[in-house]
Design a binder for this molecule. Structure first.
Ligand code: SF4
Ligand code: SF4
Length: 252
């Protein structure tokens, strides 16, 4: 098992610098303490439901560091993608594979460079789940998100993201296992926050670099062209220009 990352130090500091509760807040807190807490017990039944229908799995720096340490990062590259959710949040994900074509589908009618939008893959199996053997192909290197499932920490509270997970309510969880799961859920929260802050910046820098490299390659290719090929290209550009609708004069 990989070592868990320590929580950022400021979380401790925040707890220490919290303002003292007023009398009414104290009594509210006391009431809360007296409320019976729902006991969370969990034991994974290895039913693999979560691997079959969980959709994109968020990846964090914790996972990338683990894979780099174990020398397996290249194995994950074909499955990594960036997913910008409708609310604008950007995640690095394990991208589910599109389902195989259905009977009667004509592959020649498919656009050569078309890709299935991630929104269409939200309930598709994880690409690293072996459905025939019913096991995870990367179990020792499975993402942190899979280790804490179905528990989630939102910075304040814990919650269960999948109440239908058959492991929820199963007896047999030791105190240490519960503590480890809660600590991992907290680590997941901090790691997700960390990567969500970094990803848009990294994405922009990498996109700019890719664009600049493409332009440089195009310029190099054009400088090596014969006069004849260049004339053909000019002809193509001319024709494309003729088909382009006029945009009119720019405003003064
Ligand atoms: S976490 Fe829950 S859904 Fe996933 S394999 Fe375990 S019991 Fe099944
Ligand atoms: S990485 Fe493994 S444990 Fe995680 S969803 Fe995929 S198959 Fe399941």
């Amino acid at each position: 098992m990989p070592k868990k990352n320590k929580e950022p130090q400021n979380s401790k500091k925040d707890e220490e610098t919290e303002t003292k509760p007023s009398e009414s807040e104290k009594s509210e807190e006391k009431d809360k303490e007296e409320e019976p807490k729902t006991k969370f017990t969990f034991k994974c039944t290895r039913c693999d439901k979560c691997c079959l229908e969980r959709g994109p799995i968020p990846i964090t720096f914790w996972d990338l560091e683990l894979w780099a340490r174990n020398g397996v990062i290249a194995n994950f590259m074909p499955y990594l993608d960036i997913y910008q959710k409708p609310d604008g949040v950007m995640d690095l994900i394990l991208k589910p594979l599109p389902p195989p074509p259905e009977e009667g589908d004509d592959p020649s009618k498919k656009e050569p460079f078309s890709i299935t939008p991630i929104e269409d893959l939200l309930e598709v199996k994880c690409p690293l789940y072996n459905q025939n053997e019913k096991n995870c192909l990367v179990y020792d290197n499975r993402p942190l998100s899979c280790r804490v499932y179905p528990l989630e920490f939102d910075g304040k509270n814990f919650s269960i993201v999948d109440v239908d997970c058959p492991g929820v309510g199963e007896e047999g969880m030791t105190k240490d296992e519960l503590k480890e799961m809660r600590d991992s859920a907290k680590t997941m929260y901090y790691e997700l926050t960390r990567i969500r802050i970094s990803l848009p910046v990294l994405n922009q820098i990498v996109s700019q670099k890719v664009m600049m490299d493409l332009m440089r390659q195009n310029l190099e290719a054009m400088s090596k062209m014969s006069d004849e090929d260049r004339a053909k290209l000019d002809e193509i550009f001319k024709k494309t220009g003729e088909n382009t609708p006029e945009v009119g004069e720019p405003p003064e």
